[in-house]
Design a binder for this molecule. Structure first.
Ligand SMILES: Nc1ncnc2c1ncn2[C@@H]1O[C@H](COP(=O)(O)OP(=O)(O)OP(=O)(O)O)[C@@H](O)[C@H]1O
Ligand SMILES: [Mg+2]
Length: 359
């Protein structure tokens, strides 16, 4: 999958930008605050409808403007597609091949991009919500029914939580326990199926980026005890759920992780190893996508040279260029791994939200 053209309008400090991208490596260089990350972020929005940076999505709208929009021409095995996304007045509107009536979910299906950036280490050091969201993005792209299952579960969970807060009677809760259990088991099955496809790619990536930590293994917890059905688990904690006013067990509590023979606890990892671990998670997600869809997603590496040492930068760029993935890299200057190896890349210089093609 490749971005051929990317257009951004009123995105942070970029008022208007049109880029023709190289099918392989695209490097965005420039000083701090120039707008490099915003370009990667713009493309990422087309595949996630959220930024990889924290904060309100409306904060991405350029100062003084009322909307931002992103448009791309994408080449895929399934054929070319044009996608567009606009944020205005607190809501999204999406377009696929100029069809204004496209739903956001429909648009998100058309383009896939993963991103490694300074905040990605939260996959290792952060809370379980981050890891669930990450896993769900992968499952969404390989399992057509996944989004419908997420929605069904969220609806049922919301109802049960509302009833718990209202202190309603057991009879009503019996019915909603069944609903939450039905939707929850179905979501959980899809999610754990995806995790079991993802897990070997993850272990392989860990062996490539962190061989010094010994054998890696994964763990997965579904969000309630493995030896009971979700309905039983909900019944068992009903009393405490009623006291607290929310549902304490279910797929909204799923978590996963990785551990190493020589670093069994997260606290054993250095900050840099944590970043490499997060990088391996992202690249394994890309590999898993490629294995099931037959083509790589676009891979964005933000602030590459400040996140990884030169040797690891070299491994990433070599591995990704040999598998033919399109890469978008941002850095203050041309990273040593690209300069030294003479890796062919299109280089863009970014300054005050404007872009000049250098090479
Ligand atoms: N809503 C907004 N409107 C206008 N400008 C904004 C808005 N949000 C952020 N900015 C500015 O946009 C610029 C782009 O930031 P960006 O993070 O893309 O820079 P960068 O080139 O990646 O810098 P660094 O090397 O520091 O990571 C910054 O100067 C920032 O202050
Ligand atoms: Mg940046």
């Amino acid at each position: 999958m490749r971005l051929i053209e990317l257009r951004l309008e009123n995105l942070r400090n970029i008022s208007s930008l049109e880029l023709q991208l190289d099918p392989r490596i695209n490097l965005f260089i420039g000083s701090n605050g120039a707008g490099k990350t915003s370009i990667l972020e713009g493309a990422y929005l087309l595949s996630h409808a959220q930024s990889f940076r924290s904060g309100q999505i409306n904060a991405l709208i350029g100062r003084g403007a009322e909307h931002f929009s992103v448009f791309a021409r994408v080449e895929r095995h399934a054929g070319p597609v044009q996608i567009g996304l606009t944020r205005a007045a607190g809501s999204w509107s999406a377009k696929v091949n100029n069809d204004d009536a496209s739903s956001l979910g429909r648009m998100l299906r058309e383009y896939a991009q993963v991103c490694f950036e300074p905040g990605t280490h939260a996959l290792i050091s952060g809370g379980s919500e981050e890891r669930r969201r990450f896993l769900d993005w992968g499952a969404f792209h390989v399992e057509p029914e996944f989004m419908a299952r997420v929605r069904a579960f969220r609806r049922a969970l919301l109802q049960r939580n509302t009833l718990l807060k209202q202190g309603c009677r057991d009879l009503e809760l019996d019915w909603w326990d069944k609903e939450v259990a039905r939707a929850g088991e179905s979501l959980s099955t899809s999610r754990s199926d995806y995790f079991h496809r993802y897990s070997p790619a993850l272990i392989e990536a860990m062996a490539c980026y962190l061989p010094e930590l010994g054998e890696a293994s994964t763990r997965y917890s579904q969000g309630w005890p493995e030896d009971m059905s979700l309905e039983q688990a909900l019944k068992e904690t009903r009393g405490s759920d009623q006291a607290r006013g929310f549902t304490s067990r279910g797929p909204h509590r799923t978590d996963w992780g990785i551990q190493f023979a020589l670093a069994p606890q997260r606290e054993h990892l250095s900050r840099g190893q944590e970043k490499l671990c997060a990088l391996a998670c992202v690249l394994a997600q890309a590999r898993c996508f490629a294995d099931s869809r037959g083509e790589w997603p676009v891979i964005a590496l933000d602030d590459l040279s400040s996140e990884l040492d030169v040797a690891h930068q070299g491994i990433v760029v070599d591995t990704l260029s040999s598998c033919g993935a399109q890469i978008l890299i941002s850095a203050i200057d041309i990273p040593a791994c690209i300069r030294a190896a003479g890796v062919p890349a299109r280089v863009f210089h970014v300054e005050h939200g404007k872009v000049r093609t250098l090479l």
